[in-house]
Design a protein around this ligand. Structure first.
Ligand SMILES: Nc1ncnc2c1ncn2[C@@H]1O[C@H](COP(=O)(O)OP(=O)(O)OP(=O)(O)O)[C@@H](O)[C@H]1O
Ligand SMILES: [Mg+2]
Length: 274
């Protein structure tokens, strides 16, 4: 049985991450002209929105991998661009949407790389590093695969290795870009439950999800994006209406209470043959 944690919309909580009028762009493409978005301390924030609307780009800005051309991104009130990379990496961990493992690397070696931000120039591998890696492997059910080359894993197993690598970093803010991709439905909920446990222990979790039922079950705060902008933020119960889903995704739907959790469940209307 999966253990669902119905979340309550949180109140208060100072912003841990904030985009303020941030212009986010790649060399030849502007994604967001001026985006405002905020992640409250202790929240489980889920970002939803259509493909190519700028969700991953916002996460990259939050992870200090993309510097805004104008405006700013703040971590705990400090301009993130001025926070040294390694220090930022000790606070904010990112599971990217897709990653390529170095050829031949084993599961254990890759997950150990999550500890890099904690290592000084001359510091040796410590007991704390060993513990963090062992815990991350156990939590993602990978302990038995520790010596297996990542190239030899299935897509879903590989995705869990990347999650373990992010967990091993032991950051107080965890950014997850479509963490459940490639996973079967049970493993999806296993992972979401794991994030809910981390959230319950105080980690601020930010996840991009496409499954709105999952978003509604797990999020304390929802950020809904379209065309590089935040359309609305709030608790899933406040935000996830049929009108909103139709406006943002161009999908006619009805919203009913999830029979298990009571959270909003989006059910598409018939548009064609089915
Ligand atoms: N490295 C890049 N260089 C140039 N353009 C990019 C780059 N990465 C993304 N883009 C463009 O920026 C826009 C936003 O991309 P982004 O990856 O943020 O979307 P997304 O909301 O995460 O979409 P998806 O749901 O498909 O993952 C898209 O039009 C995309 O083509
Ligand atoms: Mg994306």
């Amino acid at each position: 049985m999966t253990d669902i944690h119905p979340t309550t919309p949180g109140e208060g909580g100072a912003p841990r991450l904030e985009a303020r009028g941030a212009h986010l762009a790649y060399e030849r493409r502007t994604v967001s002209e001026s985006i405002d978005a905020s992640v409250r301390d202790g929240s489980f924030t889920v970002i939803v929105g259509p493909n190519a609307c700028g969700k991953s780009t916002l996460l990259r800005a939050f992870a200090r991998l993309l510097t805004p051309r104008s405006g700013s991104v703040l971590l705990d009130g400090r301009d993130l661009a001025r926070v040294p990379a390694k220090e930022a990496a000790r606070t904010v961990g990112l599971l990217p949407q897709s990653s390529q493992a170095p050829e031949g690397i084993t599961v254990g070696e890759l997950v150990s790389r999550g500890r890099y931000p904690h290592q000084g120039l001359f510091r040796q591998w410590s007991e704390a590093d060993r513990d963090a890696v062992a815990t991350a492997l156990a939590e993602t059910d990978l302990t038995d695969l520790v010596d297996v080359p990542v190239d030899e894993l299935s897509g879903g197993q590989r995705q869990r290795v990347w999650v373990a690598t992010a967990l091993a970093q032991q950051t107080s803010v965890l950014l997850l870009d479509e963490p459940t991709t490639f996973l079967d439905i049970a493993h999806q909920y296993d992972l979401l439950d794991l994030f809910a446990r981390l959230h319950a222990r105080g980690t601020t979790v930010v996840a991009v999800l496409h499954d709105l039922a999952q978003a509604a079950r797990y999020a304390t705060d929802l950020i809904v994006m379209r065309d590089g902008e935040v359309v609305v933020t709030g608790s899933p119960a406040e935000v996830l209406t049929a009108e909103l889903v139709e406006r943002v995704f161009d999908l006619p739907c009805v919203v009913v209470p999830d029979p298990v959790t009571g959270t909003p469940l989006v059910v598409p209307r018939r548009r064609g043959l089915v």
